[in-house]
Every structure is written in C-alpha cells, then in structure tokens.
Design a protein around this ligand. Sequence first.
Ligand SMILES: [Fe+2]
Ligand SMILES: [Fe+2]
Length: 409
Amino acid sequence: MPNDIFSGRNVKFIKTILINDKKDFNFPDFLIIILTVNNDAVIKRPSAVRLLDTIFDYLTRIARERSIDKILRLIADFGRDVVSADRCTVWLLDEKKNILWTRVAHGVDRIEIPRDKGIAGFVAKSGDPLIINDPYSDPRFDKDVDKQTGYRTYGIIALPIRNSSGKLIGVVQVLNSRTPLKKFTVKDQEHLVLAASYAGNQLEAVLLQEELDLTQKEIIFTLAETGEMRSKETGHHVKRVAEYSKLLGSLYGLNETDSLLLKTASPLHDIGKIAIPDAILLKNGPLTAEERSHMEEHTVLGYEMLKHSDRIVFKAAADIALHHHEKWDGTGYPVGLKGTDISLYGRITAIADVFDALASPRVYKQPWDKERIIETFRKDSGTHFDPDLTELFLDNFEDFWKICMQLKD
Ligand SMILES: [Fe+2]
Ligand SMILES: [Fe+2]
C-alpha cells in the first residue's frame, strides 16, 4: 500500500464521494476507493503543452493522408487523444441511404444506424454539440449499440462535422472520459470542436478525391466493357481480369500502389477491339489468315488509342494493350518480343486473361475444370507464359479460383 494514500487529495476526493452519495462506507470500501483513485490518476487530462503537441502531430498526419479509411482512423485517434477519451467514433452521413455509418471505431467493426437514431442521430439532426455524463438516464441514448458491442458507455461528447460550406457531413463522438473523475467537461468539448473543424475540411477534400477516383475507375470499366461486349466477352470478364492481375502483381512483390494501378489499367487490354470490323470480330467459324492478322491489330490499335495520355493509368493500359498477346518464347504478337522484353504488366495480364477465358463458358465451349486449366498452364510455362509468374499463379491457384467463382457471370 503506498504511503500517501491518506494524502490531502485522496482524502478530499473520498469526502466528496461520501457527501455526494450519502452512503455508509466500511473499511474495505474505503481501500477500494483509494486504489481506484490512484489507478485512475495514471490517466491525466493532457497539459496545455501536451495538448498542443497532440494537435500539431495529428494535423500534420491528417494533412498528408489521402486514403479515406486511414484519415477516418486518424480523426478517431485525434478525437480520442485530444480529450483523453476511451473511444472515438467518426460517423459519416449517407444522405441517399438515410443512415449514419462508420468504417472506423475503436474496438468495433462497421456499424450503420438510421440517421436520426441515438446521440449521433440527435446531433446530426440538431446540428448542435452535446455532452452527456449519464447516458443511461438520457432517453436519446440508444442502448442497443452497447448491447451489440458489449461495451458500457458512461460518458459522451458528440458534435457535428461540417465541410467548408457549413454542410453537415458527419458526427464525431467520443466515449468515456479516462480522467480521474470520469466526466467530460465543456473544455473537452471545445478541444473536440477544434479537432472536428479541421477534420471536416480534410475529410471533405479526401471524400471528393475518392469520388473522383471512383468516377475514373467507373469510366475505365465502362469503356473496357464496351470493348469486350463487342467481342462477345460479356459479364464480369474485365472485373475478374482486374482482380487476378492485382493479386498476381502483389504475389510478385509489387507495392500496393503498383498493384492497384495494374488493377485499374488491365481491364483495358482489349480496348483496341472497338476498332475491329464486326465482320471479323463477330464471325462464326474460323478466321482466314488475313482476318486473323486484322484481329491481331487490336493490340496496336489499343496502344495507339491510349498512348497519348499523360495519365499514369492510361500509360500502363497502353503498355498492357500492346503486350498482352506477346509470348515468353517470342512467338506472340504484334512484335514477337521475348522474355522480360515483354513488360511485367503485359506478362501478368496475359496469364489473367487466358485463365479467365479457360475458366469461363464461351459460345463454342464449356468452362474448363481446375485440373485441365492447371495442366495447361504447367505445359505453357516458359513457352507462352513467364515461368516465375506461372509458378506464383499455380502455387496460389485456389485464390484465383475463388475470385473466379465470386465474380461468376
Ligand atoms: Fe486481346
Ligand atoms: Fe480479355
């Protein structure tokens, strides 16, 4: 037992509890209270200097972050640390679905709630901040969330997150003060307002960027699907090729940025087919030698269509369009490049494209079974396909098969 248990601070605290609760204490109760006080004292309200350090540290990190998931996590950490709370949840408003949802919460998975439910819903509706230090006696508090998560909430600050034009885009909510008195104060609320106002501007910028990225991806998919539909490759072919390419790229050791670039660009591999006449593209039966050589031009045509762009995605796509029919032993087209003269993205997309063609039904064939596909890739490794990539593909075949089944037409 520490010597200072009867120090002025502890005794004063105990007196306060005794007076407030008007409760009789026996000696064991008394010891428990002192131990609790000492324990909780470890987590103090941050000093002004530490608070400024915390704020500047998070502001710098949030300003650098471009990923929505990571920025939400940072804002939640920021909110939690700035007021010494136990948890912080950042709710985002989805106006179309009429819900508040969160990807990030300390210790819990994704949750969706109706936009007017609970404390977060109340703040989303009123637009005003709220401090509640006894939520179970507050009718606005939704006890179901605690029931779902097995967590016991004893204090809340919730306040709106607004974008630069003042529009509400979400709610930040901190739970359970970890300071000795376990109560949130108006000062805490002021600090959180500061965090939320900065977070709102950054969040808006990142959400807008995410919207632009998604739009770009959607345009690329639509463009790629238009090309594939003309050549009777329907359904999810381009989506599957995108996923296989990304997986093979990361198995090969590409970093996340490059695997994502490959995923975005690989669906455009056959975009040149848009310029191939229907009489050849849709011909039933075998092509003549002249028709075949026209057909093979889809590689160069795709490259010509994409090569003028300075955008990194289109540069990668131009490269893939040109190289995806080259073969490791130099017998492919349009140039007959050999080995690593064929670009890595082209070699990866070649495996992804052929795998999907074999595993999917076509007008003239049933989908092949796993054994037949594996056998074909073993046979063609080092002739058609890059042997190292083929080995990675076959070693992880089940993962590719899973994607194929999940995105079945
Ligand atoms: Fe092709
Ligand atoms: Fe294809």
